[in-house]
Design a protein around this ligand. Structure first.
Ligand SMILES: *Cc1c(COP(=O)(O)O)cnc(C)c1O
Length: 420
């Protein structure tokens, strides 16, 4: 097995340099822990960008993977397979939608939602051909395809990748006035939004924002599309971030003011517990049925292995009460981070919901503070990664215990104090 040094130099020499990783190599994972080749143990506070909500190598998910891998892995959608149907019934019931369209990566699911939304606009709303527009928010992150980066405002994501796909209107996040104005355009097909902006630095909107945004969309006959690839599946202390204060562990008959049901729901990441790429778009039949045979697809989308893994991953979320655990631990975490903010004066803001949290570092301490703290956290046994700007995101697996969380809070507090 290559050492940490060897692994890093191999990646440097033979891999494209499209990432700037923290200098740590991981060779094993179990629950909330990961290890490097030399046997050093770390708490994982990134969870692969919230893909590993169920913890690393969850035995139930791995068992499902193994059993299905030995039986049937891929048929393509040229034929039916005997896991896709049961999965579709399970996942639609779980989230409370009529229909699901299975894909693999998050970006593919976002592309799928964009295509469904446009098609709906032409065929149901009567928008003239090629004129459909989708409203998006500044500082969004929805993936890396050419169309998706067309509506990014991150120069790294965009520069020298043009020409871009037209048909997107950018408005400020958490700004209902701008949304209202943008919706006056009759060719608007929908609005695509992250219920909490993850990559932008865990930006939590005002508490009535999502509800009002969806209502404005509906008043103007436009679809409300929630990208819950990062926020969904228990991460924010509810099954979906659009569930607001409802902490039930599966689809329930929520009060309308507790649940902002989107017209299109986009899931990925933790849909497989980080075991395998599984993504999905969910919608009710009147919207999903605009897609007919031959109009969209994916060779691997809906394959038996993905379906088995996803069922197990979602069962774990319910069996282990991950929504209420995330909610409970999140409250403790933010309280302790607020204390650290008061104590050190190095932190300008603490924000988040459930176990998707961030601290923003004071710029006066230097623009590299977040990175430097993350390097030091690694030395102290905890892995986190800076997001855009001087911000550290903290998103451990949701299977963490309260005792482990307190140990992690100690590591973070001790590390931040070293920078005072
Ligand atoms: C990660 C992410 C994506 C893209 O998912 P990939 O699997 O990397 O393609 C899209 N939207 C959001 C909100 C994400 O966090």
């Amino acid at each position: 097995m290559p050492s940490t040094k060897d692994s890093i130099s191999l990646e440097d020499n033979f891999g494209a340099h499209n990432y700037h990783p923290l200098p740590v190599v991981l060779s094993k994972g179990d629950g909330v822990f990961v290890w490097d080749p030399e046997g050093n143990q770390f708490y994982d506070f990134l969870s692969a960008y919230s893909a590993v909500n169920q913890g690393h190598c969850h035995p139930k998910i791995i068992a499902a993977l193994k059993a299905q891998a030995e039986t049937l892995t891929l048929t393509s959608r040229a034929f039916y397979n005997d896991v896709l149907g049961p999965y579709e019934k399970f996942v639609t019931g779980y989230f409370g939608f009529d229909k699901v369209l299975p894909m693999n990566t998050g970006a593919e699911a976002v592309e799928t939602a964009i295509k469904i939304c446009r098609k709906w606009a032409y065929e149901k709303k009567g928008v003239p051909e090629n004129e459909a527009k989708i409203i998006v928010c500044t500082n969004n992150f929805h993936g890396r395809t050419t169309t998706i980066i067309s509506f990014s405002n991150d120069p790294d994501a965009q520069n020298n990748f043009g020409p871009f796909t037209p048909g997107f209107i950018k408005i400020e996040y958490n700004n209902l006035e701008q949304l209202s104005m943008a919706l006056e355009d009759k060719s608007v097909a929908g609005m695509l939004v992250e219920p909490i902006q993850g990559e932008a630095g865990v930006m939590v909107p005002d508490s009535n924002y999502l509800q009002k945004a969806r209502d404005l969309c509906h008043q103007n006959n436009a679809l409300f599309i929630a990208d819950e690839i990062q926020t969904g599946i228990a991460r924010t202390g509810s099954l979906l971030a659009v569930c607001g204060d409802c902490s039930c562990e599966g689809h329930c008959e929520r009060q309308p003011d507790h649940y902002v049901k989107p017209d299109l729901l986009i899931l990925g990441k933790a849909l497989s517990g980080g075991v395998y790429p599984v993504s999905a778009v969910l919608a009710d039949a009147d919207i999903m049925n605009v897609i007919k045979p031959g109009q969209h697809g994916s060779t691997f989308g809906g394959n038996p292995l993905a379906c088995s893994v996803a069922i197990a991953a979602l069962e774990v979320v319910q069996d282990e009460h991950l929504t209420s655990n995330a909610r409970h631990l999140g409250e403790i975490f933010r309280e302790k981070m607020h204390n650290l903010k008061e104590e050190t004066g190095l932190i300008t803001e603490v924000r988040g919901r459930g176990l998707l949290n961030a601290i923003e570092m004071d710029e006066s301490a230097g623009s590299h503070t977040a990175w430097d703290i993350c390097v030091r956290l690694k030395e102290n046994g905890l892995l986190a990664k800076p997001t855009h700007g001087n911000i550290i995101r903290f998103a451990p697996p949701l299977v963490m215990t309260e005792e482990q969380l307190h140990e992690c809070i100690e590591i973070i507090s001790k590390t931040v104090r070293e920078f005072v």
